[in-house]
Design a protein around this ligand. Structure first.
Ligand code: FAD
Ligand code: NAP
Length: 393
């Protein structure tokens, strides 16, 4: 099997992988292998182009210019391009995530052309750490034989997919609708038949509210026979803009989801809102027994269920040390990994992005995980210097 040596290996080319590449290249480590099956901006392009952002345009703009290699790409791209398209939007407003996806794609194309970057279309299947603190990474390439890469730094930016939990009432004749599909209204409209249908939506965070919004738009246009039962176990929670910081910055509703929820879904608005004409709220608050009873009572009336209950990290490559499985925990403060316990740090292994986010504590002591393009960038600016210093190249 062919073997190549690199200063670092970055797994994943979503926004986090791109941000890692910009930060590593800025430090001129030497050659970097970058592996992804597609190099097309990850999930934000594949799944969320039609989703409205919950962050301001200015933060996507700030991401695109946050490192010197990115700046070079932006400056040398022929206009009009994804960066000029972002610049022309109102920087204080939100936008469709297609703009953010195109920006990431533009940066990816520029990074892939750089001399220090070895971009490999493929999938990292396994990685082994030896006694000399060197990783050997096995890459499955599309249409080519497997390749081994040796490095002292392995950075995992593997992303996450919608969490699937069992249908709360076993044995029901109910069909699951994939959250990814529900967040793509054009595809959703083509998938659902126009006949009397009731859809159960579980959850009350961003994804759930956008799912509700998309179904309501269908009910008001192409699918007038559609009805929604909304299963929620807590009140709507919004991001609150304080003096210099944001309460529930990572968990509260923002942007158009917040606006819609405030205007149409709150208990005092629902009876008179447009949403209330097609949606019934099923209050599942009050503990497990009440939640279960509500599902038993109302879920059998539904034809479909959408579970908008968060995202789960994508499967890790098979990680071993001296060819025996490696147990590890992520350190959300440094981006490194250590043995459980917490035991010793695992040499040269790092993570970022939605799969491995930074842990943040707000001035009220609330703990959250920082998920967002510019949040990844901020975290990486802080920790990448220690990743570069931490191991010998
Ligand atoms: C619906 C939704 C809307 C969001 N909206 C916003 C927003 O408005 N603003 C904002 O700032 N953030 C937003 N986020 C949060 C976050 O920015 C996105 O989730 C973002 O896509 C995460 O980027 P990522 O690079 O961590 O993961 P991903 O985009 O999932 O990319 C991971 C990449 O790694 C690749 N990969 C995985 N395993 C391997 C392997 N073994 N070998 C090789 N490649 C591999 C995958 O193919 C993929 O290309 C949103 C999140 C969601 C879920
Ligand atoms: N651009 C956008 O507008 C947009 C859209 C979607 C997502 N996002 C981003 O993507 C990330 C993930 O967001 P998300 O909204 O998908 O998920 P999330 O913020 O991780 O929240 C998951 C929600 O699911 C609930 N939940 C978990 N298990 C449940 C169960 N069994 N039954 C009922 N509810 C359950 C949780 O409620 P409890 O607290 O009760 O456990 C929580 O409110 C965030 O960073 C978000 O900003 C952005």
């Amino acid at each position: 099997m062919a073997t190549r040596k690199c200063a670092a290996v970055v797994v994943g080319a979503g926004p986090a992988g791109v941000a890692v590449m910009g930060n590593l290249l800025e430090r001129q480590l030497g050659s970097i292998a970058w592996i992804d099956p597609n190099f097309t901006a990850g999930r934000v392009h594949a799944k969320y182009r039609e989703v409205p952002s919950n962050t301001k345009v200015s933060l996507f703009h700030a991401f695109a210019t946050a490192t010197q290699p990115f700046q070079k790409i932006v400056d040398s791209s022929r206009s009009p391009n994804a960066f000029t398209a972002l610049s022309q939007l109102d920087q204080e407003k939100t936008c469709a995530l297609s703009y953010a996806a195109d920006m990431i794609h533009g940066l990816t194309d520029g990074l892939m052309k750089m001399d220090q970057v070895h971009a490999l279309r493929g999938f990292v299947a396994a990685a082994n750490l030896n006694e000399q603190a060197e990783w050997t990474i096995r890459v499955r390439q599309q249409g080519s034989p497997d390749l081994n890469i040796e490095t002292t730094r392995l950075i995992l930016c593997i992303g996450a997919h919608p969490t699937n939990v069992p249908v709360p009432v076993p044995g029901l004749n109910i069909q699951r609708l994939d959250l990814d599909l529900v967040l793509k209204p054009t595809e959703l409209a083509q998938t659902l038949e126009d006949k009397p249908l009731t859809v159960a939506i579980v959850g009350a965070s961003h994804s759930a509210i956008l799912a509700i919004l998309n179904f309501i738009q269908l009910a008001n246009t192409t699918h007038p026979n559609l009805r929604i039962k909304w299963f929620t176990r807590h009140p709507l929670r919004y991001a609150e803009y304080k003096d210099g910081w944001i309460l529930r910055d990572n968990t509260g509703l923002k942007g158009s989801a917040a606006e819609f929820a405030r205007e149409q879904l709150e208990d005092d608005k629902l009876p008179v809102s447009d949403a209330g004409k097609v949606l019934t709220k099923v209050d599942c608050a009050g503990g497990r027994d009440i939640e279960s009873a509500q599902y038993q009572k109302y879920l059998p009336e539904c034809d479909y269920i959408v579970q908008a209950v968060g995202y789960t990290r994508d499967p890790l490559p098979q990680l071993t040390r001296n060819n025996t499985p490696l147990a590890m925990e992520f350190d959300h403060d440094t981006g490194a990994f250590h043995e459980p316990g917490p035991g010793p740090v695992i040499s040269g292994l790092y993570g970022a992005g939605i799969a491995f986010p930074e842990r943040v504590v707000d001035p009220h002591g609330n703990v959250e995980y920082a998920v967002g393009f510019f949040k990844f960038m901020k975290f990486l600016k802080r920790v990448v210097p220690s990743w570069v210093k931490g191991v010998q190249g």
